[in-house]
Write a protein that binds this ligand. Structure first.
Ligand code: AMP
Length: 399
């Protein structure tokens, strides 16, 4: 983290602080259904205000595709922010082609108020990382902070170009996320075990190829394990499988062998004949699969094997469920491993880092989100980080 300026490195007194946040929260019937991302901004907001600065929030919302569209206005979110921080919050009408009126409103503003600018994606320059738009954005403040790890995989005007126009640094949420990820994969305590699950290999090839070079053991579960079993000549019946990726699976195996990474595949699976909750099911060893059914979860022997592998690790990094966890009882394997990892973490034996949309949902179902060392709510950015790719929004903050 020494590459970045943090909150403590700035004098905020009398300064207007542009903070890139992620207000792209889930909304139903005009109401925010999960305000986790907003709540996590609390420490940055209070630090700026307590030190005499004025936060001015920049964020995208939805996909208005570079055009002004009232459906995607950020005006509605003012009340949610007010309730989260108990601070006055004002919305600033913003024409991103000409910010002079917005600037006058900010100039006349009050100390201790949080200002929310209009959706940055109302201008095509945002997604184009346009330099002129970034200059206009920068003219609204004195300091730039990025507190939106979940938007850091995009090189946009408000995440990348702007950082070169003002003294820039990471907000507290960004700093916390980066240091947690550093403990997960950057400079982890070894041995490290990774668990990767989910439906398909095709969406996670880069991720698997990066992980096998960095971790000591890689557990592959979920639908994607079927492709690996198939590649080893095991008949997996009607299970979800990307047969055309058998060669890719073998390449990942070879790469793992070269890097001394053990690949741990399911040895048994819970088989059902319908993809639905409550479907009748039976557990089979993978060598003796029923040819008419599909594996929807890892079996009890696999669960024990994975627990044993976790016992040998000091760090766990996890993305993707081990089975079709949304359909009971096929979440049993994922939930059992989630409970076990939570227990090892609480016992002080494991650093556990997890992320990705389905993974967060699965850990929430297991009620262990707060027992893990860190759970990232960033979807795409977390995956790109697991793939080992530099994140433009993080790179732009480096001194
Ligand atoms: P992903 O978005 O790639 O992480 O995939 C998550 C999805 O994979 C979830 O909706 C799971 O239901 C699904 N999934 C996990 N295991 C299986 C399986 N064995 N068969 C079919 N779908 C699965």
């Amino acid at each position: 983290m020494s590459d970045f300026k943090k909150l403590e490195d700035f004098d905020f007194n009398g300064k207007r602080v542009l903070v890139r946040v992620d207000l792209n929260v889930p909304v139903a019937d005009g109401k925010v259904t999960d305000n986790t991302r907003i709540v996590r901004l609390g420490p940055t907001m209070s630090h700026i205000i307590e030190h005499g600065g004025t936060p001015v929030l920049l964020s995208h919302f939805g996909r208005p595709k570079g055009k002004v569209n009232p459906e995607f206005s950020l005006r509605f979110i003012v009340n949610t922010i007010k309730n989260a921080f108990g601070q006055p919050v004002e919305f600033v009408e913003t024409d991103w082609s000409d910010v002079s009126a917005a600037k006058s409103k900010l100039d006349a503003g009050a100390k201790g108020t949080i200002y929310v600018m209009e959706n940055t994606r109302f201008h095509p320059g945002e997604e184009a990382n346009d330099d002129e738009l970034a200059t206009r954005m920068a003219s609204l403040g004195d300091i730039y902070l990025n507190d939106a790890f979940s938007a850091a995989h995009r090189a946009h005007a408000s995440t990348a170009a702007i950082a070169h126009k003002l003294p820039s640094g990471a907000g507290r949420a960004m700093e916390t996320e980066l240091s947690a990820l550093q403990k997960g994969l950057g400079q982890p305590q070894k041995p490290v075990i990774a668990i990767v699950g989910g439906a398909k290999v095709s969406t996670k090839i880069d991720l698997l190829e990066n992980l096998v070079t960095k971790v000591e053991a890689l557990v592959i579960g979920g639908g994607m394990a079927n492709t690996f079993l198939h590649a080893q000549g095991i008949d997996i019946g009607k299970s979800l499988c990307e047969k055309d990726l058998a060669e890719t699976a073998r390449r990942i195996y070879d790469k793992a062998a070269d890097a001394n990474c053990a690949i741990i595949l399911p040895i048994d699976g819970v088989v059902a004949w319908h993809f639905e909750a409550g479907a009748p099911n039976r557990t089979y060893g993978v060598e003796a699969m029923d040819q008419t059914g599909m594996m929807l979860d890892v079996g009890d022997r696999s669960i024990e094997r994975i627990k044993g592998a976790i016992d040998e690790a000091k760090t766990l990094i996890w993305n993707g469920p081990l089975g079709a966890f949304e359909l009971d009882p096929f979440g049993k394997g994922t939930i059992a491993i989630a409970h076990y990892a939570a227990k090892r973490t609480n016992d002080g034996k494991l650093v556990s880092v997890a992320g990705g949309g389905d993974t967060v949902a699965a850990l929430a179902k297991a009620k262990v989100v707060n027992d893990f060392s860190y759970v990232s709510t960033a979807g795409g950015a977390f995956l790109e980080w697991m793939e080992g790719k530099p994140l433009p929004g993080v790179e732009a903050l480096k001194n």
